[in-house]
Design a protein around this ligand. Structure first.
Ligand SMILES: [Ca+2]
Ligand SMILES: [Ca+2]
Ligand SMILES: [Ca+2]
Length: 549
């Protein structure tokens, strides 16, 4: 059915008026508006999609309603989502495979309520990096603003015709919008309603091409299903969104292959703390609390490892997640099966345990047998490791592993750390964290980075470096973060530190000045003694849909 669309495109639509542009355009400029359909009855947010290809990289796609003058233009520069992969187009037009313009898809929108009821014309202008500019064959639509538009959106995951990964989890993710309000998103498996997805997920990319509604920034949804509850074979996942009037809209259907060999499914999870390249320090010289027989000597300077872990296929196996353990350089230093206990030196809090209550994990992984009690938490006294377990100061590799009851083991995370002795005489290194962006989050535009930092010598300044280069705060125009925001959560965990109740910082990062790719965000702390040290690294991805020209 996509091929039919390919036969229709107006081969060369009207060229733009500039004589220079005409001179520069390649001989063949293909493209079409695929949606809305000819004479479609539209309301609410009208999604305009299609493709355009002439071999060059497309730099801008602009939408015009009822004319081709600048006053008819709807989209702001960069307001369309462009260079989208369209394997069906590339397959039909193999001469463009490997050309700079090989991803010819575009998507954008306009709001029907901005126009009177009746017939209107949709014009799409394509501009490539050489300056060549042309309009596609226009499309006529009928606006009826009295009509309640069904919800619309996309299913980004799973990919079409994909198979379930080695964790056994089917990740379903996408976005949904409505002219009124999305009430909920329903996930069906083989036409049976499975459950509702979690909505309200941040989607800066959707906001970029649906600028007419504030709902677009939080239009994302996710749902995670345990595939081991399905039989092996092909299953259909259908996602529907429902608006506040009960009107349903189909977001997408995906066919997926489930092939579970249950014994091979290792647990999965996330290590949330510490950051990469954190410095871990402890008291090697004058333990205050005195040895209590355990592996905690000085409870003031504990280093923490936290996260969560789950296991699929617990219905067909004997059990599910069994334990989480920590290794440094391959040596096990903590194991929840052996070390979980109430620590006298920490007001009898349980530490080194698996099974902490994590309602946030339950929200994202409902129906998994061990959710919500999926959290783990370790407290490590580095002074003890350095003085009594034979570890040396310097660089080490911390590994966090999870095992199920059939001894399938997964490495959840490998974190390079540095271990040091620190007292009042030596410089204790800063501790810190980046709350947002989380690991591998997509960010764009001016992004407010949030985190916290502590130092026993007091934090004087927090700086943000991207790939080693110090950044300027885009709002405050200085090269350090705003520090001193409230941090009651930090104060509860680190009672021995100065500034603990006001340790949070915020830094407005201009991501448009860095490339659309993966980056390392390093947090640097200047302390009260004048020492400058790293508090850790966060990895994230930039996706600015910016103009190439
Ligand atoms: Ca609606
Ligand atoms: Ca398992
Ligand atoms: Ca310090």
């Amino acid at each position: 059915m996509k091929l039919k669309a390919l036969l229709l495109p107006a081969i060369v639509a009207g060229l733009a008026s500039s004589p220079d542009a005409i001179a520069q355009c390649p001989a063949q400029n293909l493209g079409t508006i695929e949606s809305p359909a000819p004479n479609a009855l539209v309301s609410g947010f009208v999604r305009v999609t299609g493709f355009a290809v002439n071999g060059n990289l497309i730099s801008n796609v602009d939408l015009f309603i009822d004319g081709q003058a600048d006053t008819n233009r709807v989209t702001a520069p960069g307001g369309a989502n462009i260079n989208l992969p369209r394997p069906d187009v590339t397959q039909a037009l193999p001469q463009y495979q490997g050309s700079p313009g090989r991803h010819p898809g575009y998507e954008m929108s306009f709001k029907a309520a901005n126009y009177a009821n009746g017939t209107h014309t949709v014009n799409v202008r394509i501009t490539d990096v050489t300056g060549c500019s042309y309009f596609l064959e226009p499309r006529t639509v009928r606006v009826d603003n009295a009509r309640n538009q069904p919800p619309f959106g996309n299913v980004d995951l799973p990919l079409p015709d994909s198979s379930v990964g080695d964790t056994g989890v089917i990740h379903i993710a996408g976005w949904a919008l409505d002219d009124r309000r999305i009430d909920h998103v329903e996930v069906y498996v083989d036409d049976l309603q499975e459950r509702q997805a979690v909505t309200g997920i941040h989607r800066a990319d959707v906001a970029a091409y649906y600028p007419d509604t504030t709902a677009s920034i939080i239009s994302g949804f996710v749902a995670n299903l345990d595939s081991t509850r399905l039989t092996n074979g092909v299953h259909h996942i259908r996602v529907m969104a429902v608006d506040d009037q009960g009107q349903k809209g189909l977001l997408g259907v995906r066919r997926i292959q489930v092939f579970n060999n249950s014994a091979n499914l290792a647990p999965f999870g996330v290590v949330e703390f510490p950051l990469l390249n954190a410095t871990w320090f402890g008291n090697c010289f004058d333990p205050v609390g005195g040895p209590s027989g355990g592996d905690i000597v000085d409870p003031r300077f504990l280093m923490f490892v936290t996260g969560w872990a789950l296991d699929t296929s617990v219905q067909t196996e004997r059990g599910g997640l069994s334990h989480v353990y920590l290794e440094i350089d391959g040596v096990t230093i903590k194991d929840t099966r052996i070390n979980c206990h109430r620590e006298f030196l920490l007001n009898n809090q349980p530490i080194d345990c698996y099974g902490f209550y994590r309602p946030d994990v339950e929200v994202i992984y409902p129906g998994f047998q061990q959710a919500p009690n999926a959290g783990f938490h370790f407290a490590v006294d580095v002074g003890y490791l350095l003085t009594q377990r034979g570890f040396r100061e310097g660089g080490h590799i911390l590994q966090v592993k999870a095992a199920d009851k059939e001894d399938q083991i997964r490495l959840l995370r490998e974190i390079p750390i540095t271990m040091e002795c620190a007292t009042g005489n030596l410089d204790p290194s800063p501790l810190g964290f980046v709350d947002d962006p989380y690991n591998y989050k997509f960010v764009n535009g001016i992004f407010p980075v949030l985190g916290w930092a502590l130092d026993l010598d007091n934090v004087v300044q927090v700086r943000v470096l991207i790939d080693g280069v110090r950044q300027i705060d885009a709002v405050r125009n200085v090269d350090y973060a705003e520090f001193g925001l409230a941090s009651p959560d930090v104060a509860a965990v680190y009672p021995a530190y100065p500034q603990r109740s006001n340790a949070r910082w915020r830094f407005y990062l201009d991501t448009t000045k860095i490339s659309n790719s993966e980056h390392d965000l390093l947090v640097e702390v200047l302390d009260g003694r004048g020492n400058v040290r790293s508090a850790g690294t966060r990895r994230f991805l930039v996706d600015n849909n910016n103009l190439v020209r």
